[in-house]
Design a protein around this ligand. Structure first.
Ligand SMILES: Nc1ncnc2c1ncn2[C@@H]1O[C@H](COP(=O)(O)OP(=O)(O)OP(=O)(O)O)[C@@H](O)[C@H]1O
Ligand SMILES: [Mg+2]
Length: 618
């Protein structure tokens, strides 16, 4: 069993160019150690890759608890201890041979892989580029095995292994491959990579307990048999968990989608919290990244990334996991259906989230209302000065309804049906006033709500125009003078292909000779002076934003990009009824909590937060 390792002679020169003597043969089989090092070059890039492989082995071995210990970013030491099935002596020796695996037996097994490992490459690769020690014992065995390998050469095999399970120790990574060692980053960076990898594994396998210590400091201790929510709370805290929506039941016969995704308004500048697991394996996939973005669409600010802990389960035969050396990528047999399922699951969940929000916007119940006396604030002078002061919102006003009526008048003098409609929903919120001519202050059962009136108006306009576009097309307005303009051939082609979308968007455009177009109408809500220039901008925007999008999405993009200029500006003073209508309209939107550019429209400050700030509660 030791033979292949023993025969290695890595120091023998493979080529001897200086000698002119013809050699027996110019092609030689690489010594096993060298072959392993070559393979390691692909699989083992840095300490985090070692950790990944070792943990995946532990999980495949049925471990319920895994302890990880690293020193100096993992470069000087990594130790992974599991309570899995362990190995007997023969298997221990075999496990260090290349292409020795217990996980697949034939090519047909490759077509439906249910384990994390399958190549039989990881352990020999790691052992060939480090000082490696493995101890293992099967649960019922009297004695286990200890094996020590240095740079691919087996030095010690003896009885050992205390607790049932397997312990692997990897010291001095790349000590014998200086070229690789040079590519390692600072210890801190490597340590962070290890930690990120551990997060992936811990989230992907919430049922397994993990402890992680770095340079003798315990970083986390995660109990086993946890749910995904427990795991996320333990790793990232309650604050993040409270902003996540659970995805479940969104499944078809081919694919099951579950997990937790960020509510609109929650986003990050990088993809570091956009995690995706396919059959328990953390993967990176441009296809899925795009689908997530599409699912969020207007709920995401430009350049921001959604937070997701997304789990896809499909028949192992429907994914090929054997496409990337570190198994970070997969290939789907039916990528389109995967993409569509993800987009749909996210869209549906975000739309459902709206009901939860409306729930939150109920007026404060008697018990929830703070019992402290109302602070008697004087109104700012400018709020009372104008003649029509009884119809204007105060900059800040106490919330008593008697006072409200005194300030705003009884809110009944609008069209009768609007009045009844409002009565029906009056329970949802209570407006206190407007701060800085921009933020509407409201009270609900949870505490204080601030609404950005500009962002709110953008969302309302956006949804209204989108609805119209879907129904009958955006009403367009004839231009007094039609205008012609020329475009580069590629843009011209693009317009030709998307002509019908432009019509739906209320843009009257037609071909007018080679690469030339005539434009004679534009959407009524636009206020455009130079229509040719406007078209160029629209085309640029749409092309950059949405190569992959559906026609409807193109229209949405245009609307999102133009409504902004037409929405109520910050500092436009609104009257009480206008504010009330704005809030009602907002709550009627599909995605009330963010503007079409993904910025939040409202912020909730809970009673608990207020109490904390005032030192009433610690
Ligand atoms: N922690 C462990 N507990 C029990 N058995 C293990 C453990 N680690 C490895 N093994 C055994 O050693 C074999 C070789 O492990 P190795 O990681 O090299 O290959 P693999 O997991 O089969 O495939 P891959 O190279 O894709 O990871 C495994 O198939 C498994 O049988
Ligand atoms: Mg493995």
């Amino acid at each position: 069993m030791l033979s292949r390792w023993d025969q290695t002679d890595a120091s023998a020169p493979l080529f001897n160019r200086s000698t002119s003597q013809p050699r027996m043969s110019r092609i030689r089989l690489l010594p096993e150690t060298v072959a392993s090092q070559v393979a390691a070059g692909e699989v083992i890039e840095r300490p985090a890759s070692v950790i990944k492989e070792l943990i995946e082995n532990s999980i495949d071995a049925g471990a319920r608890k895994i302890d990880i210990f690293i020193r100096r970013g993992g470069i000087s030491l990594m130790r992974v201890i599991d309570d899995g099935c362990g190995m007997d002596r023969d298997d221990t020796l075999l496990s260090l041979e290349r292409h020795a695996t217990s996980k697949i037996r034939s090519v047909s097994d490759l077509e439906a892989i249910a384990t994390l490992g399958f190549r039989g490459e990881a352990l020999p690769s790691i052992a060939s580029v480090s000082r490696f020690r493995l101890t293992t014992r099967e649960p019922n065995a009297v004695v286990g095995t200890e094996i020590v390998v240095n740079g691919g050469k087996i030095d010690i095999v003896r009885d050992g292994g205390e607790a049932p399970g397997t312990q692997v120790e990897v010291r001095s990574l790349f000590y014998n491959v200086p070229a690789r060692r040079k590519f390692l980053r600072a210890e801190n960076t490597e340590g962070r990579n290890v930690e990120h990898q551990l997060h992936l594994q811990a989230i992907g396998h919430a049922g397994v307990g993990f402890t992680f210590a770095r340079d003798d400091r315990v970083v986390f201790q995660l109990p086993g048999t946890a749910t995904l929510s427990d795991r996320i709370r333990d790793l990232y805290g309650n604050e993040l968990l409270a902003q996540l929506l659970s995805l479940n039941g969104a499944s078809s016969s081919q694919i099951k989608i579950s997990g937790l995704i960020g509510q609109p308004g929650l986003s990050r500048q990088t993809r570091s919290q956009q995690l995706v697991f396919v059959n328990g394996r953390a993967i990176e996939s441009p296809l899925i990244t795009t689908a997530i973005r599409e699912g969020y669409h207007t709920a995401l600010m430009k350049g921001q990334y959604a937070v997701t802990f997304l789990f896809l389960e499909l028949d192992p035969g429907a994914v090929d996991v054997n496409v990337h050396p570190a198994k970070r990528e997969v290939r789907f047999r039916d990528p389109n259906s995967v993409r569509e399922a993800i987009v749909r699951a996210i869209q549906e969940r975000l739309a459902r989230g709206r009901v939860d929000w409306q729930e939150k916007f109920r007026a404060p119940t008697a018990t929830a209302t703070p019992t402290q006396p109302v602070v008697n604030l004087t109104l700012r002078p400018q709020a009372v000065a104008p003649e029509e002061s009884d119809r204007e919102l105060p900059q800040f006003a106490p919330t008593s309804s008697a006072h409200r009526e005194q300030v705003f008048g009884k809110p009944v003098d609008v069209e009768p049906d609007a009045a009844t409609k409002r009565d029906g929903r009056q329970q949802q919120f209570q407006i206190i006033g407007v701060l800085n001519k921009l933020y509407v202050l409201m009270e609900n059962a949870d505490g204080l709500v601030l609404v950005d009136q500009h962002a709110a108006h953008e969302r309302i306009l956006f949804e209204e125009l989108r609805r119209r576009m879907e129904d009958q097309g955006v009403p367009s307005q004839k231009l007094l003078i039609s205008q012609t303009f020329e475009l580069p051939p590629r843009d011209a082609d693009w317009i030709e292909q998307n002509m019908s979308i432009f019509q739906k968007m209320g843009i009257g455009i037609e071909s007018f000779g080679p690469n030339t177009f005539k434009i004679d109408s534009l959407p009524g809500f636009l206020n455009v002076t130079d229509s040719a220039q406007f078209m160029r901008t629209v085309i640029d925007n749409l092309k950059s934003a949405s190569d992959r999008s559906s026609p409807l999405r193109l229209g949405e993009e245009m609307i999102a990009k133009t409504v902004c200029r037409h929405a109520v500006k910050a500092n436009d003073p609104l009257r009480y009824l206008e504010v009330e209508k704005l809030i009602q309209d907002l709550l009627d939107c599909d995605l009330p909590y963010c503007c079409p550019h993904g910025r939040p429209t409202m912020i909730q400050i809970s009673h608990a937060e207020l109490e904390k700030k005032f030192g009433r509660k610690v």
